[in-house]
Write a protein that binds this ligand. Structure first.
Ligand code: NAD
Length: 486
């Protein structure tokens, strides 16, 4: 069995050490393949290739040509849509119905949107007077940061990777991507696309492996890396920040969350159930923006719990290829153990289990997969670990509230600050609450509705910086002021 290779300097290569690790299907735990694990030599080769690209044709390419190339990348992903879909679904086990309308099309779109952004953003200009009366002019140039390390999670592998690779390349950088060890395939496939459309050697590189003592740590510690962009757990962000401290290198972090949903009694009830249902259960709860704490105004509390229970129980668990499948497994047996440990905690802390709470009965080989039941609890104190810590599974706790003031206080009572979803038809209240909830993204009467030009990121322990639209340029370029004395 040939292991999934690294992509360095437009070539597919296997680690010199010969080290590999297993890629297993979360659906039934079958071995999908082996993956080559990068060591220090592969990281060094990738950094050298990226540096050479910046000094070569890529570094000299004008914006129009670069943008054209990124459009070609997006078109080629779409042409090979089925290959990307198959690879993503094999690695993640997520339903085809989800990956085919979210992961792959958005993965391709990320190249076009940032190609458009770089072509259209003006830079600043100031004219100034000088004592001799002749004056001076200033203008700012945006120059690429250089070699960017892109460290990715497994929950939306292609989408979250291209969300960083798209703007990084549009701005003229070279990238080294370290996909999650759980989901190595689509990043590798993207190497074929890059080579096919003529992206110069060394512009896009992929190295596989784990975090500590492996590709992730070697890459983030390499002095030839100029900046690090990372999506993943807050604890990992903290480790990467320490690595970035050597050389004082900038970081862009999209981290964990413990997001609240706030449902007022004046909401459109059916829309709120639909929206919160998606926010809790989509992608088997493995969405950073997902809702694990739901606060519902008391007059509709019982009705809401009953309706969300019905929603959870209507989800069909099954093989990803089955079009009627509404929910897939968790990413791995290890993650299944983590999520189930919270299901146990909820039970021992005396939660009322409204629905779920364990492993669903799955037939045949599926019984070996990383399945968990969609789960709803009520009745836990706000101090419970289940309410305070990110679980990253298809589950939520629902608690009642009596006043707007209390809802805002409960939503903000967390170390995280990524996203929130608020449901109300009271316009003034919607604006008022949105201004007071401490998050990077506040949805009103919606969830995961994304305009890619808007700022995306987290406050508090949910991240550093914003990406999206022109905000991505802040991280992927450096402003150089040119001052000309006339
Ligand atoms: P993770 O932090 O375990 O791993 C993410 C990546 O970091 C992987 O590629 C991993 O190999 C690498 N890594 C781990 N330790 C490292 C180290 N010391 N040095 C360098 N690299 C290292 O996260 P995950 O489990 O893959 O993803 C789930 C987490 O990601 C959740 O916390 C979720 O909230 C978060 N997330 C956040 C966003 C967002 O936009 N804010 C989006 C998606 C996921």
């Amino acid at each position: 069995m040939n292991p999934t290779p690294h992509f360095i300097a437009n070539e597919f290569v296997i680690a010199r050490s010969g080290k590999t690790f297993e890629n297993r299907s979360p659906v039934d735990n079958r071995l999908i393949g082996l993956v080559s694990e990068a060591g220090a030599p592969e990281i060094a080769a990738a950094v050298a290739a990226a540096r050479a690209a910046l000094e070569g044709p890529w570094g000299r390419m004008d914006i129009a040509k670069r943008a054209e190339m990124l459009y070609a990348v997006a078109d080629e992903i779409n042409r090979r849509f089925d290959d990307f879909l198959e690879a993503e679904v094999a690695d993640t086990g997520k339903p085809v119905s989800l990956a085919s309308h979210l992961d792959i099309p958005r993965g391709a779109a990320n190249f076009k949107i940032f190609a458009d952004v770089v072509k259209n953003v003006p830079s600043e200009f100031f004219s100034m007077s000088t004592p001799d009366g002749a004056g001076a002019i200033n203008y700012a140039l945006r120059v690429p940061k250089g070699v960017i390390a892109v460290i990715c999670p497994w929950n939306l592998p292609l989408l979250l990777m291209t969300w960083k690779v798209g703007p990084a390349l549009a701005c003229g950088n070279a990238v080294i991507v370290k996909p999650s060890e759980e989901t190595p395939q689509t990043a590798t496939l993207l190497g074929e696309v890059m080579a096919k459309v003529g992206v110069p050697s060394g512009v896009y590189n992929v190295v596989h492996g784990f975090g500590p003592g492996s590709a992730g740590e070697f890459l983030t510690r390499h002095p030839g890396v100029n900046a690090i962009t990372f999506t993943g757990e807050t604890g990992t962000g903290s480790a990467i920040m320490k690595a970035a401290a050597d050389g004082v290198r900038p970081v862009s972090f999209e981290l964990g969350g413990k997001n609240a949903g706030v449902v007022f009694a004046d909401c459109d009830f059916d829309a709120a159930i639909e929206g919160i249902g998606r926010a809790v259960f989509a992608n088997c709860g493995q969405v950073c923006l997902g809702t694990e704490r739901v606060y519902v105004e008391r007059p509709i509390f019982d009705r809401f719990v009953t309706a969300l229970k019905a929603k959870a129980e209507s989800l069909k668990l099954g093989r990803p290829e089955d079009k009627s499948t509404g929910m897939g497994p968790l990413i791995s047996k290890e993650h299944q153990r983590k999520v189930l440990s919270y299901y146990d905690k909820a039970r021992t802390e005396g939660a009322t289990i409204v629905t779920g709470g364990g492993i669903p009965p799955m037939e045949g080989e599926l019984a070996n997969g990383a399945w968990v039941q969609p789960t709803i609890w009520t009745g836990l104190p706000e101090s419970s670990a289940v309410i305070r810590e990110e679980i990253f599974g298809p589950c939520c706790h629902i608690a009642p509230f009596d006043t707007e003031e209390e809802a805002v206080r409960l939503a903000n009572d967390t170390a995280y600050g990524l996203a929130t979803t608020v449901w109300t038809t009271h316009l003034t209240r919607a604006h008022r609450v949105a201004a007071r909830i401490e998050v990077g993204i506040c949805w009103i009467n919606s969830w995961f509705l994304r305009d890619l030009r808007t700022p995306f990121g987290g406050s508090k322990q949910s991240g550093i910086g914003r990406e999206g639209g022109v905000h991505s340029l802040e991280f992927y370029t450096e402003l150089r002021n040119v001052c000309i004395k006339l």
